[in-house]
Design a protein around this ligand. Sequence first.
Ligand code: ATP
Ligand code: FE2
Length: 341
Amino acid sequence: MRHENVKNYCLGIESTADDFSVGIATFEGEILANVISAYVPEAGGIHPREAAQHHSQVAEKVVAEAFEKAEISPKQIGVIAFSQGPGLGPCLRTGATVARAIATYLNVPLVGVNHCVAHIEIGKLATQARDPVTLYVSGGNTIVSAFDAGRYRVFGETLDIAVGNCLDVFAREAGYRQKEGMPFGAIIEKLADKGRRYIPLPYSVKGMDMSFSGLLTAALKLLRQGKHRIEDLCYSLQETVFSMLTEVTERALAHTEKPEVLLTGGVAANKRLQSMLQSIAEEHGARFCVVPKQYALDNGAMIAWTGVLAYKHGLTVPVEKSFVRLKWRLEEVEVPWVQQT
Ligand code: ATP
Ligand code: FE2
């Protein structure tokens, strides 16, 4: 057992969508455990209630495994953090219930963490980025942001579906099945690597915002026509959506003159997207940072670490006021731990 008498560990619970995950972080920012249990639906997209049911079934096991990995005892936990939003209601409520129960049982404070902030903070922790322009891309979010005057401001975002969702729907319609360890986005990436021919798709950047639904409809139409190789379609889809993301990120970078570009969220695992962002970062003299793979997808470690930051600034929430916030926007969140540079 580590440092038995010190209660400077935070346990973080992530449950915004299809993953239930528990992370344990030290107050200094060392990640001791990050256990993830993914809910993989039989067919179709996520059913919020079924996912929530999965979360409640695995919660006890995942929490126990996190303690085993971290080699600490529950008595050493000083604070419990949970993803309070944004996300799917039933999933968020399940995680919050587990968090409240543990906090009450251990008699330690509770911290509600914004999921989008957590994706940014874990990226910063892992890459030592200080003040980046962040591209946060996942199944539910597509946000270009940077810190300014006390908050992470949103410079650009999707006007309809998220980029990860766009990739997921396309792969599912193409007949692929998601497996654990091989998300739809990774399947597309593999196919795209063998693509040779670019098939034009609608490119839709409006001001600093992006739209992916028209592009998805067009790609699905081409898919159903059956005239093109699937590899070429995946290649074209990736090139088009990633160019849109890169354009908006580059403009935010040119405007803010930040020293780093940080890529985070599940889609950050994509090598092609990484290389496109790397080139614009280099052109602007910024350092390119990408979240390590184990912290790219939804994970409890990011909630635990953001919980530490919030807790150190007194941002705890009483159990009776710890309601989940389904539509909690990034720029609504105070981040007093971030310093203006
Ligand atoms: P949110 O963060 O919005 O709550 P989420 O639960 O979907 O949503 P993540 O777990 O961060 O978020 O990301 C999942 C997404 O990442 C899926 O859309 C998946 O297809 C995508 N993804 C995973 N690996 C890759 C890859 N190699 N290339 C592209 N996309 C990928
Ligand atoms: Fe996420």
